[in-house]
Design a protein around this ligand. Structure first.
Ligand SMILES: *Cc1c(COP(=O)(O)O)cnc(C)c1O
Length: 399
């Protein structure tokens, strides 16, 4: 059986976790601080703050840039549901715009018509590791004085050509970037997240909010020679990363360059092999972007049935996933909370299908995510391609 993904964890990570467990300090402490510093250095960010997940990272990022109940935040529906949910946690309303079907990222041309006087921020996504068009997004955002938060859950190691040179996603090129260490992502701490920014005030706010709004971190109180009484100026959360996770993350960071290289090599090989399959749409990487290929997604030929293809491949021992979900199609998003009627030019939003999110819906229904993980052998990759080719032959014959 070829799995969809497999985290690269080994003895080094196990040993790191063991070391922390035996040290007696397991919650947010010195390992978290060291992980933050090393992560900030890797992406080139002035500040990095570790949290419990990318979802909690997005929540804190939106709060820090000033999103409040009743506000609107422009984002995509075509993303993991955590993107839209983070807006809802702030009591704000996600306003969904469609994607560019080639890159699966937000179509910047559609943003302007979604801006109203209640718009408070833009939450863009580097979907499955492919950098979105930040230059175009920031141009619009700056014109309307809107902060931009990047959902970079899958983009640890992704790069963008910025002001004449290649930079890592997370510097950040926009205002705040949020990363995930879930096992489906590029590197993993079991669960975990990171927030990067160049804004010292926001970074201080993340640190306060992640630990119950407590004025003095545990580590400072623990290490003090004088008695310290902490205070709680605001209502915070418990969004801490543990030192056990951070120690694993530090080992993962050491592997990261190798992981990204292997993923890129496998993606390039996929592109060559898959170009042999007639009608199959391959992912498009703009010349200013370098993906991590957290997922490798292909668009099935017109007329082929996604479920049939997936089942046929599964029968051959190859796991796949359907295209990225659309939040607006889930029950958690009843129509009245995101309706764009009259908002987006040309959208009638009738008959159960929203024309203005057509590309999002089509991508969910017509794309397929193929197995891709650094340990994957060429033989395994050949087997994936062969099983897809065969599945499409059978499906096409049945037409
Ligand atoms: C995985 C993912 C998230 C959620 O990350 P967690 O760390 O699991 O909370 C958010 N946004 C996107 C785009 C994702 O892929």
């Amino acid at each position: 059986m070829i799995p969809i993904t497999k985290p690269m964890l080994g003895e080094n990570e196990a040993e790191a976790a063991r070391r922390v467990i035996l040290s007696g300090w397991t919650s947010q402490g010195p390992e978290v601080a060291a992980f933050e510093k090393e992560f900030a250095e890797y992406v080139g960010a002035p500040y990095a703050c570790a949290v419990s997940s990318c979802t909690t990272a997005l929540h804190l990022a939106l709060l820090a840039v000033g999103v409040q109940p009743g506000d609107e935040v422009i984002t995509v529906s075509h993303s993991y549901i955590a993107t839209a949910n983070s807006i809802r946690y702030c009591g704000a309303k996600p306003v969904f715009v469609d994607i560019d079907p080639d890159t699966l990222n937000i179509d910047p041309k559609l943003i302007e018509s979604a801006v109203t006087d209640r718009t408070r921020a833009i939450l863009c996504v580097h979907q499955i590791g492919m950098p979105c068009d930040l230059a175009a997004i920031l141009e619009i955002a700056r014109r309307h004085s809107l902060p931009v938060v990047e959902d970079a859950a899958c983009a640890i190691g992704s790069e963008i050509f910025w002001h004449g040179q290649w930079e890592k996603i997370g510097k950040p090129q926009a205002d705040v970037a949020c990363f995930s260490f879930h096992p489906r992502k590029v590197i993993s701490t079991g669960d975990g997240g990171m927030i990067t920014t160049a804004n010292a005030e926001w970074d201080a706010k993340f640190r306060l909010l992640r630990q119950h709004g407590m004025s003095v971190p545990d580590t400072v109180r623990h290490g003090a020679s004088q008695v310290i009484y902490e205070s709680y100026p605001i209502v915070g959360f418990n969004f801490r990363m543990t030192d056990i996770q951070a120690a694993v993350g530090r080992e993962q960071l050491k592997r990261l360059p190798d992981i990204v290289k292997k993923r890129r090599d496998l993606a390039a090989r996929y592109k060559t092999l898959l170009s042999e399959i007639p009608g199959l749409g391959l992912p498009v990487e703009p010349d200013w972007a370098r993906s991590t290929w957290q997922s490798f997604s292909v668009r099935l030929p017109r007329g082929s049935d996604q479920r049939q293809v997936m089942q046929s491949m599964l029968d051959e021992g190859v796991a796949t996933r359907r295209g990225i979900m659309c939040s607006h199609r889930e029950e958690a998003y009843p129509r009245d909370t995101w309706s764009c009627t009259g908002r987006i030019k040309g959208c009638s939003c009738t008959a159960g299908i929203c024309q203005c999110l057509r590309h999002s819906e089509e991508s969910q229904d017509q794309t397929l995510i193929l197995p891709l993980f650094p340990q994957m052998s060429f033989e395994q990759q050949d087997q994936v391609v062969e099983s897809l080719h065969e599945a499409l032959r059978v499906v096409m014959l049945n037409e």
